[in-house]
Ligand binder design. Structure first.
Ligand code: ADP
Ligand code: SF4
Length: 692
């Protein structure tokens, strides 16, 4: 297949100061949960992006000095020779594929309390730690500023030594430099405070000094916010930021533009759609001749060319789309648009940074596994035998297993009870705001339907006898899970003794099946992710009075990990949901629900017509157990059929997020007919130590 000529513009080389990017695909700095802690894993991940065609591939935020440490969040660092050696692993791989490597030099200021290095954090003034750690910063005096400039210069030199082609001055995202810029945080009376010129001074000095240090070989990029407020509204307040960019317009070699509201900049698809930064930053190109990049969860090549052709940006910046599909540029280049694995905007990749663990992606189960498991997002070993695999259930686990087994060349029989594929994904993508989640199903279905070695049997609810009658070599059960209706969960570790009548107690499965209450409803959320809040939206759309009760101290608390908690909370308040925190449902008799205060045990009654319990799920593993039983019964007669393996994966093994089901399906397919050491399924990355 050849490329659509309309997309040619995306493959034009673009000069960035002394270096030239081979095309307009730019992986902006993004965290991975790997950082300096896992150098080989992160190098292989970045190298894979370059292999997939990204013209520029950047690090995550990269600390210039031990006085800026962000553990437990795994940042990158450029502190010493060991770091240079670690980064060289990445830059070598990026260069091997013709990409440019960028290092985002970072100073945290009041965002980092330096819990790892125990250095005193510094900022423009003495201020509280921005993320609630009970430490304050020291106000930087002139000698501190001189030291900071020296650290930045030396880190830039180390970046150059490590082979980076682009070095960043990072002046946004509420880190130290943005505090110098803002009149809200900068109260200084010296030449670094007061007037706009004074507040911009440090950023200007760092740009000039970085150019002086490494500008012969490296481009100097500035990461900068196009606006200074308007949080959440979608109506930007540009404020002084236009003037600031005008003052510095021609100084850097590239402007990497983002916005003040991080929750919108990397918003989940439930609240923020593709290309959402345009309204904030479209003016930037009119005031600089330097190339401009921004993000916008770009997955559509038509949106990309529109951005370029209308002069909004020079580069298509991406973090999440490059995680979901490291080969996105190659697929556009080769005219394989329907093979793009589009990001669904769920932000599960961000959990890696939040929880200090390697990132995981709902769409791309190979991300982070490039080095430790040797997984390639586009390549998989051919089948290890002529076996036939019977897959039962076409949710994310069954679909991904089928797709990957099909790619390996196995004969796959996929049986699904429903009249359509997708399992929970097909149900959940009907909920308010979640339509893009359907991409998990669509990407896989598109591929499977083209495979002559995959047969699909819809409307086929398999019994154990049906399964045994198929005589497949391997049986894979991916039958999912069902939400419980008895109040049992994290808080109530046992089912509630009083909860009923049954026709007034609903679960998310009922709501998704269109079986809704008709009066005032209590939603009891002991799940803490998105489900209770989307159910609340469904019920509010029907004008039902809704009270959402949770034992946590905020709604959808896990949403903090995916950077959506504040937006969920705002949405619930906007649509008129009453929220009661720190309470658990302990009984319901059809008219009155009793809630118990988590701290005092005091009971609080509420009269409602219905209760929706969003607590935990029961694995749908009856079929697995019945087949297991049949195999035991058959085992004493040699002539009877016995499969070579019976396996259960996904929610029917252990209910979890969609990403976990996709991963389970992929792993099953990778490991079939291979030797796997169950005690050591992968390699474990370790940090280098180097003197100097
Ligand atoms: P997961 O997230 O683990 O992939 P899902 O709940 O999304 O699980 O999908 C499970 C799928 O399995 C559903 O589409 C369901 O209809 C299907 N299923 C459940 N039991 C059977 C069965 N006995 N035969 C065929 N399909 C089944
Ligand atoms: Fe996109 Fe979700 Fe993957 Fe992140 S985890 S890249 S948001 S699909």
């Amino acid at each position: 297949m050849s490329r659509d000529p309309r997309y040619d513009v995306l493959f034009e080389p673009v000069k960035i100061g002394p270096v030239t990017a081979k095309n307009r695909f730019y992986q902006v700095p993004h965290c991975t949960g790997l950082g300096w802690v896992r150098p080989r894993m992160v190098a292989a991940l970045r190298g894979m992006k370059a292999e997939g065609g990204w013209g520029v591939v950047c690090t995550e935020y990269c600390s210039i000095h031990p006085a800026s440490d962000d553990l437990p969040h795994p940042y990158a660092s450029l502190w010493d020779q060991g770091d240079i050696k670690a980064h060289t692993l990445m830059t070598d791989q990026v260069h091997e594929h013709g990409g440019l490597a960028g290092a985002e030099l970072w100073v945290g200021g009041s965002s980092s309390a330096n819990l790892f290095t125990n250095e005193v954090a510094m900022d423009v003034s003495s201020m509280p730690n921005a993320v609630g750690i009970p430490y304050q910063t020291r106000a930087m005096d002139k000698s501190d500023i001189r030291e900071l400039r020296r650290w930045h210069r030396e880190a830039a030199l180390r970046a150059k030594a490590a082979g980076f082609d682009i070095v960043y001055v990072y002046a946004t995202h509420h880190y130290l430099l943005s505090h110098f810029l803002s009149s809200k945080t900068n109260n200084r009376t010296d030449e670094y405070g007061g007037s706009l010129e004074n507040r911009v001074r440090l950023v200007r000095e760092l740009i000039e000094e970085t150019k002086d240090a490494v500008g012969d070989k490296c481009a100097v990029a500035v990461r900068f916010s196009a606006d200074e407020g308007g949080e959440g509204s979608g109506n930007p307040i540009i404020g002084e930021h236009r003037e600031m960019i005008e003052m510095l317009a021609e100084l850097p070699d590239l402007w990497d533009i983002n916005i003040n509201d991080y929750h919108r900049e990397m918003g989940v698809s439930r609240f923020v759609k593709e290309a959402s930064l345009e309204a904030y930053m479209s003016y930037v190109k009119s005031i600089t001749t330097k190339p401009v990049v921004t993000v916008g969860r770009f997955t559509s090549p038509d949106t990309m060319i529109s951005q370029i052709n209308r002069g909004i940006v020079d580069f298509i910046g991406a973090a999440r789309p490059s995680i979901a599909d490291p080969f996105l540029p190659k697929k556009i280049e080769e005219g394989r648009i329907d093979e793009i694995r589009e990001c669904i905007g769920c932000n599960n990749c961000y959990v890696g940074d939040s929880k200090a663990t390697p990132l995981r992606c709902t769409q791309n189960p190979t991300i982070g596994e490039e080095w430790r498991r040797g997984w390639h997002p586009e390549k998989i070993d051919p089948k290890g035998s002529d076996s036939t695999v019977l897959v039962i259930g076409s949710g994310p686990a069954g679909l991904e297993a089928t797709r990957s087994l099909g790619n390996r060349g196995y004969n796959v029989l996929l049986a699904e009870a429903d009249s359509h594929l997708g399992g929970r994904v097909s149900r959940e993508c009907q909920l308010p705001g979640l339509s893009e989640w359907g991409r998990v199903r669509d990407y896989r279905t598109n591929q499977i339907l083209k495979m002559p070695n995959v047969d699909i049997y819809l409307e086929n609810r398999m019994t154990a006898d049906d399964v045994m009658a198929m005589e497949a070599d391997h049986i894979l059960i991916a039958t999912g899970a069902k939400w419980k209706a008895n109040g049992q969960g994290n808080y109530n570790t046992q089912p509630l003794t009083e909860i009923g009548p049954a026709d007034q107690v609903y679960t998310p499965d009922d709501i998704m099946a269109g079986n809704l209450p008709s009066g005032p409803t209590l939603i009891y959320d002991d799940d803490h992710y998105y489900m209770a809040s989307v159910i609340a939206e469904v019920l509010r759309q029907k004008d039902l009075p809704v009270t959402l009760v949770t034992p946590e101290s905020m709604v959808s608390s896990w949403g903090d990990m995916t950077s959506e908690q504040a937006q969920i909370n705002r949405r619930l308040l906007e649509v008129g949901v009453e929220i009661i925190t720190a309470h658990a449902l302990v009984s319901y008799n059809g008219t009155e629900a009793q809630m118990e205060c988590k701290y005092t045990g005091k009971l609080k009654p509420i009269n409602v017509d219905a209760v929706v319990t969003v607590t935990m799920r029961t694995p749908d593993d009856d079929l697995f157990r019945e087949v297991e039983q049949k195999m035991i019964e058959n085992s004493d007669k040699k002539e009877n059929y016995q499969p070579k393996s019976l396996t259960r994966i996904g929610d029917c093994e252990a209910p979890a997020i969609i990403a976990a089901a996709v991963f389970a399906g992929h792993r099953y397919a990778r490991e079939l007919d291979t030797e796997v050491d169950p005690d050591n399924r992968m390699k474990y990355d370790r940090v280098f130590y180097e003197d100097g």
